[in-house]
Ligand binder design. Structure first.
Ligand code: 13P
Ligand code: SF4
Length: 332
């Protein structure tokens, strides 16, 4: 807890430029609650030589006001590998913090709430992969980064939603095992001739969207562009005008400036893009990720203040898991 959470004139002045950036997505009445934390976190980062890496699903007061590096899972992994800060605070979910730790074994990597998990990461274990390898001898295993370090350690190479097709094709094989997201695997299978063996993992946020709900939005709003994350079920993707990772979705809106857009993904993502892109109307069916939403300004402040909770990985597991992540990053 912040010792003095008052919205003083000094705090108001220090945080005014941030509020100017997010004022179309954060009501004025909420700002006095966020601002003291934003000022305190930004001061503490300097003191500790720390950086905050924030995923696109963080709320705007985190994403736009305390993060040094923002992006999709791929960008966060790449930028984590490049930072020269002593401390990394991962404002995202546990697998993202593990990936940052794999790439920075000597640094302190903090996750503001250890309980920030992921339904995909929980859908598969290292033992499941060993069994699959026995069932499909010689077939390489491509693992989505939304997995634990234990699972990555049993894999040949990782991928994200931003590079999945390219990674699968880079292996130059007729067949690959692609884990754990069944829907992303199906989407990849549509873009390549490589045979894809899937697993029945799903994202609890994206699997809730339905084609009917999207069709209803289409008939209610003229000139609506629908863009979706590939973790959505295939019948939802079939209704979308564009499919891509969270970074690719942001880029789509920034580049094409549709009149109205519906981003079929976690709710905060639209707020974050809307803060930057003021001439697009965002239609928001709000599906929240309960794991991402565990990360708050107060928890970021506390983790920086106390330097915990820290992400630690068994060195033997880390060595093997790192290889799978680095193979992905080497791919470019
Ligand atoms: P991205 O890699 O597209 O950011 O996706 C991560 C994620 O958790 C999506 O639910
Ligand atoms: Fe996992 Fe889905 Fe949450 Fe992303 S949105 S962290 S895939 S549960």
């Amino acid at each position: 807890m912040l010792a003095n959470p008052d919205y003083t004139p000094e705090v108001a002045a220090a945080t005014a430029p941030y509020y100017d950036h997010v004022k179309n997505v954060i009501p004025a009445v909420e700002w006095p609650v966020h601002a003291p934390y934003i000022a305190a976190i930004n001061a503490l980062k300097k003191e500790r030589n720390a950086v905050v890496l924030a995923h696109n699903y963080m709320t705007p007061e985190i994403f736009h006001c305390v993060a040094d590096i923002t992006g999709d899972s791929l960008a966060l992994a790449r930028r984590a590998a490049e930072t020269d800060a002593d401390i990394i605070v991962l404002a995202g979910v546990h697998f993202m913090a593990e990936t940052a730790k794999l790439l920075n074994p000597g640094k302190t990597v903090l996750i503001p709430d250890m309980r920030a998990g992921c339904s995909l990461a929980e859908s598969i274990t290292a033992e499941d992969i060993r069994k699959l390898r026995k069932k499909h001898p010689g077939v390489p295993v491509v693992t989505y980064v939304n997995t634990s370090a234990d699972v990555k350690a049993e894999s040949d190479i990782c991928c994200t939603s931003g590079n999945a097709v390219a990674i699968v094709e880079s292996l130059d094989c007729e067949e690959v095992i692609f884990l754990p997201d069944e829907y992303l695997a199906n989407y990849v299978a549509q873009q390549t001739d490589v045979k894809i063996i899937t697993w029945k993992g799903h994202c609890e946020v994206h699997e809730r969207f339905t084609p009917q709900e999207l069709e209803d939005y289409r008939s209610s709003y003229d000139e609506l562009t629908i863009i979706a994350h590939p973790e959505c079920p295939p019948d939802v993707l079939a209704v979308a005008d564009f499919v891509g990772s969270t970074a690719q979705m942001s880029r789509y809106v920034e580049t094409w400036r549709p009149k109205r857009v519906l981003m079929v993904t976690e709710c905060s993502m639209s707020d974050n893009v809307a803060a930057d892109v003021r001439d697009v109307e965002f239609i928001r069916p709000c599906n929240l990720c309960p794991h991402m939403k565990r990360i708050t300004l107060a928890r970021i402040y506390e983790s920086l203040e106390n330097l915990e909770p820290r992400v630690e990985i068994d060195p033997q597991v880390a060595e093997k898991a790192r290889r799978a992540v680095e193979r992905m990053l080497e791919h470019g």
